[in-house]
Design a protein around this ligand. Structure first.
Ligand code: 13P
Ligand code: SF4
Length: 348
């Protein structure tokens, strides 16, 4: 388990010692309660460094990894430093554990507008077509779905579903931009799959991530020019998350989930990188890879992720307050939501 001393040392040269010192008491209390309550602290890649650093390395990552770690943990309490749908997924997978989040208000612009009724609506429009739901969704939506997916495995899941169900029409919810990006790749692979996502040949409202929809291809071109990152260059690259608009994906040298983007920077031994995604991820990577120059044009923070604060985490561990912090899922919905997540994990 990380101690306060190891935590403070891990920031040398990145987060100022003053910031760590100003929060020392809170952080020490978080670690003390973590140990007393036998808690595991999971951290999404978009957490700011001082929160990300609370998690062991094996408990930091993308939505897929957090779900996998939550499913397997033997700790009594799971503290999920990420947004509410991630905490809900942890509860669905490991219902015997107490799942806490610093703020239950931490939503997601993809998950919030679509609920079970929307899934039923599109099923009526496409009878017999399987539904693949992105993990950025709530339990009632997952409960109405055939498969879940994350940005790390969406392409594989969609192609698997087509084989399993023997149909070319596959419904993908709720991210319109990611749906478009997946369709481009499926076409390039000559898959024959017609992916139906919100806004394409159906009555559902388009859905998108309020962070990633902001990037434009021109932004990326400007960054390439200003910071000398040529397209297809050797050890310099622009990377984008799957949730960005299609022309941004086309302009990027690589696209993937948050962890896949991190892996690309490492594997290609990049010397300079720009990540078209939530800005804190570059801050976390900078700490792990001090030799890489990360261009940080930080216009884009996720306001939902930002609701997770050190004080909130401490309050969650101290009180376990049901209204503010504890995440529970109705048992009937949980059991139905578990099936598509387990199907996803079994093929990941
Ligand atoms: P990842 O699954 O890639 O971590 O993405 C989650 C997310 O919320 C992206 O905006
Ligand atoms: Fe949702 Fe976008 Fe925030 Fe991720 S970054 S939690 S997709 S609003």
């Amino acid at each position: 388990m990380i101690s306060f001393e190891q935590y403070a040392k891990s920031f040398e040269g990145t987060v100022s010692a003053l910031d760590v010192a100003a929060n020392e008491e809170t952080i020490r209390q978080i670690f003390r309660l973590r140990d007393e309550k036998n808690a595991i602290i999971l951290g999404h890649n978009y957490m700011p460094p001082m929160i990300y650093g609370l998690s062991e390395e094996s408990a930091r990552g993308d939505s897929l990894l957090l779900a996998q770690v939550a499913a397997q943990t033997s700790s009594d309490v799971i503290v999920l430093n990420g947004v509410r749908f991630m905490a809900e997924t942890a509860k669905i997978l490991n219902p015997g554990k107490r799942v806490l989040i610093a703020s239950k208000q931490a939503g997601c612009s993809l998950a919030d507008p679509i609920r079970a009724n929307e899934v039923k609506q599109i099923r009526e429009e496409y009878p017999g077509a399987p539904v693949v739901t992105y993990i950025n969704s709530y339990a009632d939506v997952k409960a109405e779905s055939d498969y879940c997916c994350t940005s790390a495995n969406a392409l594989r899941v969609v192609r698997h579903v087509r084989e399993e169900f023997g149909t070319d029409t596959v419904i993908f919810l709720p991210d319109t931009l990611m749906g478009k990006n997946l369709q481009v790749e499926l076409d390039a692979l000559k898959s024959g799959i017609d992916l139906i996502y919100p806004g394409k040949k159906n009555t559902l409202m388009e859905g998108s991530c309020m962070v990633h929809e902001q990037f434009t291809a021109n932004d990326l071109k400007g960054i390439r020019q200003e910071y000398d990152i040529p397209k297809g260059g050797q050890r310099r690259a622009v990377l984008a998350h799957w949730e960005c608009p299609p022309d941004v994906i086309e302009e990027a040298d690589f696209h993937g989930s948050t962890t896949q983007m991190m892996g690309y920077v490492r594997e290609h031994k990049l010397e300079k990188a720009y990540l078209a995604t939530e800005c804190e991820m570059a801050a976390n990577l900078q700490q792990q890879l001090p030799c890489v120059e990360f261009v940080r044009a930080c216009l884009v923070f996720c306001p939902h992720m930002q609701q997770i604060t050190l004080k909130g985490i401490l309050h969650a561990l101290e009180t376990g307050d049901e209204d503010l912090h504890e995440v529970n899922v109705d048992e009937d919905i949980r059991v139905r939501a578990l099936a598509p997540i387990e199907r996803m994990i079994s093929i990941s």
